[in-house]
Design a protein around this ligand. Structure first.
Ligand code: MG
Length: 157
């Protein structure tokens, strides 16, 4: 077995779509980034890369590379899952947390789990997506940005 953890933050900005776990969420702001800025998927990618000791998302998909402008982060995740499978591993389970004051995540959690489980080639019962606020404290509480944590366990195929 191999264990990995990931963390990411993106800034909230006007005139951007909010995409979390591959789900377009109606909101007055979205996350700023070179790709689609899906902070939840980015944390998960870093957790898998961490478990495999393969560096981090910035090394694999540099934000200086025009190829990744506006990139669908779920597609980046699928390519990282390919690297994992080439090395003989599959997902045991993944546990993800998104930290945002708003919007309410509950209506979107099921779709996020579905998208992520599909990208991970695993069953939905192996994918947990949780959401919390920081009680209006800090940058997430002031709605300046959204943060995400991810933990994964990989098992040998
Ligand atoms: Mg990121």
């Amino acid at each position: 077995m191999r264990i990995g953890s990931g963390f990411d933050v993106h800034r909230l900005a006007e005139d951007r779509e909010l995409i979390l776990g591959g789900v377009r969420i109606p909101f007055e702001k979205g996350l700023l980034g070179h790709s689609d800025a899906d902070v939840l998927v980015h944390a998960l990618i870093d957790a898998i890369l961490g478990a495999l000791c393969l560096g981090d998302i910035g090394q694999l998909f540099p934000d200086s590379d025009e190829a990744y402008r506006g990139a669908d982060s779920v597609k980046l995740l699928v390519s990282v899952v390919g690297l994992m499978e080439e090395r003989g591993f599959e997902i045991g389970n993944a546990d993800l947390t998104v930290i945002a004051e708003r919007p309410k995540m509950a209506p979107h959690i099921a779709a996020m789990r579905r998208n992520i489980a599909s990208a991970l080639n695993t069953a939905e019962e192996n994918v947990s997506v949780k959401a919390t606020t920081t009680e209006k404290l800090g940058f997430t509480g002031r709605e300046e940005g959204i943060a995400a944590f991810a933990s994964v366990l990989l098992t040998e195929i």
